[in-house]
Every structure is written in C-alpha cells, then in structure tokens.
Write a protein that binds this ligand. Sequence first.
Ligand SMILES: *Cc1c(COP(=O)(O)O)cnc(C)c1O
Length: 397
Amino acid sequence: MNNKEIIDLAAQYLTPNYNRQPVALVKGKGAAVWDADGKKYLDFVSGLAVTGLGHANAGLNKAIARQLSLLTHTSNLYYTEPQALFARDLRAFMPRKGRVFFCNSGTEANEAALKLARKFSIEKFAKDRIEIIAFSGGFHGRSMGSLSMTADAKYRDGFGPLLPGVKHVPYGDADAAAKAVTKKTCAIIVEPLQGENGVQTPKAGFIQKLARLCAEKKLLLIFDEVQTGFGRTGKMFAFEHFNVKPDIVTMAKGIAGGLPMGAMYARDDVAALLTPGSHAATFGGNPAVCAAALATFEELKKPGFLENVAEMGRYLLLKLTSLKTSIPAIREVRGMGLMVGLELIFPCAPAVEKCRELGLLINCAQEKTLRFLPPLTITKAEVDRAVGIVTKALGGR
Ligand SMILES: *Cc1c(COP(=O)(O)O)cnc(C)c1O
C-alpha cells in the first residue's frame, strides 16, 4: 500500500483523536525512516522520545527476538528473570533505596504514583490528607487521575468532573507551591523539565526548593520522568541535574527502546504499602518488554554514551541558538541534552510541514515550539543536516 491508500483506509476506521502528518511510515534504520512511497526522512521525533537507540537497533532487536522465542507473556502471577534483572539494574540508578512497579505507559505510571501517595498519606498521617500539588503547563497523561494532575484546559475540557484534591500552581514558583500546602497535602508532582509544554527548563533553584519544601512538610516528591528519563537530558535521569532525591519516580517513553512499558519507582517505606491485591497491571513488565528494557539500558550504560548525548545536545542547542541572528521569528531556544525546543513568534505547524517536505520529521509542542527529540545515538552530521533543513524551512540562511 502507498501513503494515500493507507491514510484513506485509516481515516475510515480510526477515531479522529490524532492530528497526524499525512505520511505512513514503513521502516527505519538508525535516525532514518521511510514512508510508504519510499521517501526517506531524518527522524527528530523518535516516536515522542521513545526510540532512543534509533530504529532497528541490532542488539535491541536480537534481545527481543531471543525473548520472544522463549516466552512473550506470563502475567504477574509468576516471576520472570528479565523482570527481576531489570528491576535490579534500575535500582542502581534510582535516588533512594526502593522498589519498582511495572506498567505499560506513562499515564499508568502516574496513576500508580497517585494511588500510592494517597494510600501512604492516609495510612501514615490522616484520612483526609489526600491533596496533590501539580504545576501549570505540566503534562502527566490522559487517564482520569493523571489528567486531573494535568493543568491545561485543552486536555481537560469535556471530561469532567475530574479528581478532587488537585491544586495547580505556576511552574517555577516554589513560593506558590509552599502557599498551596495545607494539612491535607500529601504530595507534589513535577516534571523536572516540562516536555509537552514546549520543553520548559525549570528556573534556577526551583526544583531544589520543592525538594526542601517536601522534606519540611513530609510530602512525597514525585518526579514525572516519563519524557526526561533514560538518557534524554544527557543524564540517565533528570533529577541528577538538580542534586535532589525524589521519593517516587515515574517513567515510560524511552524505557524499552520502543516497546510499550512504564514504571513507578518508590522509596522502600512508601512502596511497602503497595500490598498484594492493592494494585496491578496484567501486561506490566512482561518478559518481552523487560528484555527490551534490559538491552536498552545496557546501551545507555556503556561508557561515553550519556556524555555523547550531552555533547550532541549542547551542539544542537548552540547551532539553533546561532540561527537567532538570521531568523527573527525565533523567540527562544532552550532545553537539556537531546530535549530541545525552539520557540517561534507564530504557530509552527507550517514549519513542521515544510521540514517534512524537505526530509525532516519534527513536531510542535504547544503551538509555537518546534521540539527536537532525535535518537540518543544521533551524530554531528545528522544534527547539521536537521539544522540545515530547519533553517531553510524558517526562511533563514
Ligand atoms: C508522554 C508523557 C506522559 C504520558 O505518557 P503515555 O505513555 O502517553 O501515557 C506523562 N508524563 C509525561 C511527562 C509525558 O511526557
């Protein structure tokens, strides 16, 4: 089937909830993907910060194929070796001694965190200590609990009533967060870097102040690292940049190199409350995705891998920043590692289209920010090529 045939077919049968680009992708290799008409693109979306090792990574595919030949799925009525091994390996990178719960997506990881935070607070403190503080511009997912913690009306409208007990305060304003704390507050959830909100980096000191506030008021600090985790910002996890220790870390996107997986990690005394029967996920951490996660993690841990992510990130940021002199429509360039946003003074949808025509896949986060999420294995030459296309698409030189 060609692009048009696939698109026409899909349009008849799929719910219309996605604003899709008019291409059907059929294969990939590294940072390249091909559509059904045979056109090649440089992929600076990575399936939304998911395929960190690029497409068709040989080691990853071998690990998945090997596991599929043995056992794909078991449910959590039984133990499996890949799950136990990945849980152990993950713990070495977590901020505190704790335990992990596996699920299938970012929103599920945040649901688990929300349920656990409430259970912990209710059992250790008081029955009505259930309020959560979250931030404007934050994105935590689409299921009802995660949606309730997500502030933006464009995600929430039409789905109410949402969960009571969630307060939203401005991202970057630790004083507002402190003022919002009451006797009923149990946790603060924050993205160390906001992804969907157009790659917003936190103000200096903000994250550290939140950590101090949580310690002082005995609140659980939940880091939503669904987008920032697994090397995306140039460290394995973004909390490492700020020298803070969240009590709970939620993860998904890049965790298994492209297979659907999520995880919620909590410090030991908190995790202990997830008692038998209190929470579950049928597919959670099945051997197939855990084999993928193990293989992905092995790559990310190799000497120099994360340093290279940081270096390519700095290079990309520098190159985009230097475009500001010749392209006045650029308002700001920001980011960490290979999570970079270029904000324009007008909507970026036409630029996304132009880039696609010129052979670059990139997306728009918020209305005006071009978001760069290349594979973590991106090379300097590929960054040069992408920046060249973006320059052309924005009418620069
Ligand atoms: C993408 C994202 C989510 C939601 O993940 P899904 O897998 O789509 O449910 C949650 N939080 C953050 C920070 C995200 O970027």
